[in-house]
Design a protein around this ligand. Structure first.
Ligand code: ADP
Ligand code: ZN
Ligand code: ZN
Length: 818
């Protein structure tokens, strides 16, 4: 008898490859083990055993494997089932999933990072064409990985180019390492509670009598805290009083002063303290918890709609406790950016080192460690707190998946394949384990809320903030009117300036929000605020300067850029888009005394950039923080009392059918950062259009109104969740070729799906890395079989690739595109 294995290779091949093995090997090998196998003329790949059988392949002669790499499977059967689901649902190969699922150390691919050598000036003339392309790319991106370089050069073997660039000292090559962040602890002092009244202080000063130096310190501390109304650092006190640290220590020893730390975060759990007991839930939380458990009896997937700061996390903690009691594992999924040290800390306080963190910034080594702990159901990984790729971990016994901030679009992975949605995949994973899934959000996605309303998911609400903290007071500021009455300074209305001034006087902090996506040039009338809409779709048109056109990115509609406003006739129209940097500059001019910082992609790029800013805000070193949506994610700042949204319109006018839903979510989430303690927080939203329904819904916290209205639009315009969508992107470096190819593709699709095919059209950025892009959108009604539709698309794609002219055109299929 002959023995064979079907192997998944880490490349995009439609079919698995079959290799021959000996009888002894067949007795040893199991599905889910890795083998090193030859491929093509010279290559060797790490493959994963998918199936062991006795069927020789008919099309080719099976080669022998090189080596068996594992003693036991590193991937289990449930994972292989999940991979198959991903591959068929997201229309990609098992190889694509394999590559995304395993820490790259398991696939023996280098995680090498290439950066520019800033120490050496390179003359472009000395670089060959291919070297120049890489060098040029490093002007725009701080680092590249090997596969990026492959993409740029459009070839596999890029090591010679990299070698030449190293020899010319143009680049530096390093392995990715992720150091864990340990914030430095800042020491603060305050007067002991015994001396806080005036009388007591008076007595103390008398008692200190001749100890002049000590008296000096107490007085300095008193005046410092009176002046700044902020915690006083030991270093500030030594500076102000001129006293040595010995004197301060003496006062601390006497119990007159008290030292303390504002403990902010600690990624690494020290494990030396006892775990904290979880909190006693209030009645609203109790009811919600009870409802969730009841709901799980009939609905394995349940949505928890709980307003910001309602104490959802504490409910998750209770759920985790009971799953742990059953001896099962828990996956707690979060968007990458919400995976803050704040939350990690909170969970580690309760669960100690049973919590494992899985993060894209972790080194290969750490990821492999977590992988093995999960695989062995080790006590160290009972709870995995992780970003989207943690759905690939080898859970053996999952009891619960929590998807927090379930509305976050970053759960959808973009590039390269498999392009999965982590929330949706998590639901499938939980089903394979017969486990429960809880989706949580203050602003659920329309998809999830729709599923809950149609009884596909269970549904639980929690509408009270913890401790009855009031929802923030939201004020809409009409900047059209403010402009007219000359009440604007730059991008700041007089109202916003007043509120900032007041909050700064109270020594509270301010967050100013400027949406990053506002870079896209949208035309807006300075007089009436109108921005032109597409007649066929519910999106704003985008200004294309080079052709002086307004275009719709969804149906391809285009008009010449008008000279006057289509609504009011004013000639005062221009393209809008201002960023966080400009706001930062302006706010520094308006409030020269304040400490201003900025949080966006540019300022958080460096190591721990993000954590450093959060820490500085918590330690009240920052008075005003200007930032993008990075600010919206689950952060809990005690001292922030004002949130200013600089311009709501550029979010609302973003050319995307989800723009209104997302604007609502962003604004409610960012508003949730204000006043999370006793004092009611204030939110100012600046807009040209205060009567916009979304803004009214935000200011009255009317999620259900938003939902109903948006669903109406989705229904009218055949968008998700009413219709499913598959986006097909074609890429090629020759414009004419991609144009002809995309017309062919769309025509073939139309023969089957008629008007439910849109495009081809060029995306707003029509050329990326020297590749021209064309998009085609297929809309799929509920009653149309999804799997048959996908089969038909794959068939068309196969005939497409068999046309000689089109073979070099790259086709990307994106299911449920975001
Ligand atoms: P959410 O996740 O809904 O935004 P959190 O779980 O972060 O809300 O809770 C908001 C704040 O209230 C946190 O500081 C949390 O520690 C506190 N909190 C919530 N529930 C309780 C409770 N039962 N007992 C004590 N504090 C609580
Ligand atoms: Zn106008
Ligand atoms: Zn359109």
């Amino acid at each position: 008898m002959q023995y064979f294995i079907d192997v998944i290779l880490p490349v995009s091949l439609q079919k698995l490859f079959t290799y021959s093995i000996t009888e002894a090997e067949s007795a040893f090998l199991k599905e889910g083990m890795r083998v090193a196998v030859p491929f093509g003329k010279t290559k060797i790949y790490t493959g994963l055993v998918f199936k062991i059988h006795n069927q020789a392949p008919t099309a080719y002669e099976a080669k022998e494997i090189h080596q068996i790499l594992d003693e036991v499977p590193i991937v289990n059967n449930i994972q292989l089932q999940l991979w198959q689901w991903i591959s068929s649902y997201y229309m990609c190969t098992l190889g694509d999933v394999f590559r995304a699922a395993l820490p790259s150390a398991f696939i023996l691919e280098s995680e090498t990072i290439i950066t520019k050598n800033t120490k050496k000036e390179i003359h472009e003339a000395v670089l060959k064409d291919d070297e120049f392309l890489i060098y040029e790319a490093l002007h725009h991106q701080s680092s590249l990985k090997i596969h990026d370089i492959s993409n740029i050069l459009d070839k596999k073997n890029v090591l010679p180019v990299i070698k030449r660039l190293i020899e010319k000292e143009a680049i530096i090559v390093e392995e990715e390492v992720y150091e864990k962040y340990k914030p430095k602890l800042v020491r603060y002092v305050k007067l002991h509670a015994n001396y806080t009244s005036n009388n007591q202080l008076q007595n103390l000063l008398e008692d200190l009598g001749r100890a002049h130096k000590q008296k000096e310190v107490v007085l300095s501390l008193f005046s410092l805290s009176a002046k700044t109304k902020k915690p006083v650092k030991v270093t500030d006190l030594t500076e102000a009083s001129g006293a040595s640290s010995a004197i301060i220590k003496a006062l601390i020893d006497k119990g007159i002063l008290q030292e303390y730390y504002i403990q902010t975060d600690r990624l690494q759990y020290e494990g030396d303290e006892d775990n904290e007991a979880s909190k006693q839930l209030n009645t609203h939380q109790e009811t919600a918890l009870h409802n969730i458990n009841t709901s799980f009896q009939t609905h394995k997937v349940t949505l928890l709609h709980g307003v910001t700061s309602s104490g959802k996390t504490e409910i998750y903690v209770k759920l985790i406790e009971s799953v742990l009691k059953e001896g099962k594992q828990v996956l707690y999924l979060l968007p990458e950016i919400a995976l803050t040290t704040q939350l990690v800390n909170r969970l580690q306080n309760y669960f100690g080192d049973q919590v494992a963190i899985f993060h894209s910034k972790y080194s290969n080594h750490e990821r492999v460690e977590v992988w093995n702990n999960v695989l062995n159901a080790s006590a160290k990984a009972k709870i995995v707190l992780g970003a989207r790729s943690s759905i690939f971990l080898p859970f053996t016994n999952l009891g619960l998946i929590l998807v927090d901030e379930e509305h976050e679009q970053s759960f959808k992975q973009f590039d390269p394949a498999p392009r999965y949605h982590a929330r949706d995949t998590a639901i499938v994973l939980a089903a394979l384990h017969k486990a429960n899934t809880l989706l949580g959000s203050a602003t659920p996605s329309l998809e999830s809320y729709f599923n809950a309303k149609h009884n596909k998911y269970g549904f639980v609400e929690l509408m009270h903030r913890y401790n009855n903290v009031l929802m923030p007071d939201i004020e809409l500021v009409d900047i059209k009117d403010k402009h007219k009455r000359k009440r604007m300074k730059g991008h700041f209305s007089d109202r916003l300036i007043e509120e900032i001034t007041e909050v700064l006087n109270e020594k509270k902090q301010v967050i100013l929000f400027q949406n990053r996506r506002g870079y896209s040039p949208i035309v807006e009338c300075n007089t009436c605020g109108h921005s032109p809409q597409c007649p066929n779709c519910d999106v704003s048109l985008t200004y294309h300067q080079y052709r002086s056109q307004l275009r719709c990115h969804y149906c391809g509609y285009a008009v010449i850029m008008p000279k006057t406003c289509m609504a009011c006739g004013s000639p005062d129209i221009d393209s809008k888009g201002f960023g966080t940097e400009q706001i930062e500059t302006e706010v520094k001019q308006l409030f020269p005394e304040a400490n201003v910082a900025r949080m966006d992609l540019d300022t958080t790029r460096g190591k721990f950039g993000y954590e450093k800013i959060i820490t500085a805000l918590e330690q009240q070193e920052i008075d005003i923080l200007v930032g993008t949506q990075m600010l919206t994610k689950g952060l809990d700042f005690r001292n922030v009392n004002l949130v200013g949204i600089m311009n709501a319109d550029n979010m609302l006018n973003f050319p995307d059918f989800r723009a209104h839903e997302r604007s609502y979510q962003l604004m409610v989430q960012v508003a949730g950062r204000a006043g999370r303690t006793e004092k009611r927080g204030k939110v100012l939203i600046q807009t040209y259009n205060p009567y916009h329904n979304i803004l009214q819904q935000v200011s009255t916290n009317s999620y259900v109104d938003m939902f109903n209205e948006q669903m109406n639009e989705r229904y009218n315009f055949k968008y998700p969740p009413i219709f499913k969508q598959i986006k097909i992107t074609l890429k090629h470096k020759d414009y004419n070729r991609v144009e002809t190819a995309s017309i062919w593709f769309a025509k073939s699709l139309r023969q089957l799906f008629n008007t439910n095919v849109l495009g081809p059209e060029a995306p707003p950025v029509a050329r990326i890395r020297n590749q021209f892009h064309k998009n085609i959108l297929v809309k799929i009604p509920k009653q149309q079989s999804l799997s048959k539709t996908k089969e038909a698309i794959i068939k068309i794609n196969n005939s497409f690739s068999s046309i000689k002219d089109f073979r070099s055109v790259k086709v990307i299929l994106n299911v449920d595109n975001f």
